[in-house]
Structure formats: structure tokens, C-alpha cells
Design a binder for this molecule. Structure first.
Ligand code: MN
Length: 204
């Protein structure tokens, strides 16, 4: 059983003007596809591992054969993180952006005082991340909501975390339209956050 590129639930141009069509096309059809291909290459000689859930593989990297450990970390992580990322965005015409509602809104207000303060902290983490990586909002059984960052394609090192939102701040995610202006990309991205998906993950 091979891992496959998940289709998007919207077209490549649906996130315009916040994320441009060409970036979406390259990011999904080329970058994400390459993570999937290289993950499958790494696991080609390990049919037992192909059957496992990706999350399980990524959370027990130290159990993997050494010769494929780094490849699974990089490309498996890439596949996992991007699969989440696409679903955490929604076209502005279909209700993307705005402010959260429901249980996640209550939890955000409780932890960060209010939505603007949460947005400010998440944005600061994204702007401040040096190099390539991701910004996350996760919930953990021990600490509740946490904003955290990871480098490359790593997952948060938080026990039993539930991903609620992630933002790709690799340059490939924004360079065509925003060049070096990462903070403009982040500001634009808030207009296409899929808060229903965040709520769905939070209530899992
Ligand atoms: Mn990416």
C-alpha cells in the first residue's frame, strides 16, 4: 500500500488573492508530491512499515531502521504536515478567515485572553521562526492549547498532541508572490483559515 497525494477540496486558484494559483499548484503538485514519492521510495523495501499509519511511524522514528529513519522524518513529515495544512485553509468565498467560533473560540479566549492576542502570538512565532519550518496550534492533554514551532518537516515534540492548525513558513509556500516579505504572507493567510476544521480537530 503506497502513500498518495491527497486531492485538495478546492481549486488551485480558490485561495486568490491571498495565495496565488501558481504557488498552490507547485506546492501541492510538485513539493507535496515529491514528499509522497520519497516516502514511498524509503519504505519500498519495508512492506511491513507501509501498512502502518503515517502518524504512528513519525511518532516512533527511533524504532525505524536507521537507513530510512531520516527519509521518513523528512518526507513522511512533509506528507503529514502538508495534508493537514491544505485542510486548514478554505477559500474566502466559502467562509475562510474571520474569527473562530464554538469550543475552540472559548479555549482560545481562556488561554490567550482573546482572539487578537492569540493571533498576535501565533504571528510573532511565524515571523520569528529562523529558517524553514512550521508554526502550530496544538492541544495537549497536559497543557491545553499551545503555540509551538518546528524546523524542517518535524512534528511537535509534545506528548499526545492534537494538531489544531499549522502554517507552512518554508519559502516555497510564499516566495513567488511575496518574495522575502514573510509577514505579508502570514497576514494574508489569516483570511483563509478554515476555523470549522480547527473546531473539528479540537472536538476530536
Ligand atoms: Mn510546504
Amino acid at each position: 500500500m503506497k502513500f498518495e497525494l491527497p486531492p485538495l477540496s478546492y481549486s488551485y486558484d480558490a485561495l486568490e488573492p491571498y495565495i496565488d494559483t501558481r504557488t498552490m499548484e507547485l506546492h501541492h503538485a510538485k513539493h507535496h508530491q515529491t514528499y509522497v514519492n520519497r516516502l514511498n521510495d524509503a519504505l519500498a523495501d519495508f512492506p511491513g512499515l507501509q501498512e502502518k499509519y503515517l502518524e504512528e511511524l513519525l511518532k516512533s522514528l527511533d524504532q525505524l531502521p536507521e537507513q530510512i529513519r531520516q527519509a521518513v522524518r523528512n518526507h513522511g513529515g512533509g506528507h503529514f504536515n502538508h495534508s493537514l495544512f491544505w485542510n486548514f485553509m478554505r477559500p474566502p468565498k466559502e467562509g475562510g478567515g474571520g474569527i473562530p467560533a464554538g469550543k475552540i473560540a472559548e479555549a482560545i479566549n481562556k488561554k490567550f485572553s482573546n482572539f487578537p492576542k492569540f493571533k498576535e502570538q501565533f504571528t510573532a512565532a511565524a515571523v520569528g521562526l529562523f529558517g524553514s519550518g512550521w508554526v502550530w496550534l496544538v492541544s495537549s492533554p497536559a497543557e491545553g492549547l499551545i503555540i509551538t514551532t518546528t524546523l524542517n518537516q518535524d512534528l511537535p515534540l509534545i506528548p499526545d498532541f492534537q494538531p489544531l492548525l499549522n502554517l507552512d513558513v518554508w519559502e516555497h509556500a510564499y516566495y513567488l508572490k511575496y518574495q522575502n516579505r514573510r509577514s505579508e504572507y502570514i497576514e494574508a493567510w489569516w483570511n483563509i483559515v478554515n476555523w470549522d476544521e480547527v473546531e473539528k480537530n479540537f472536538c476530536k
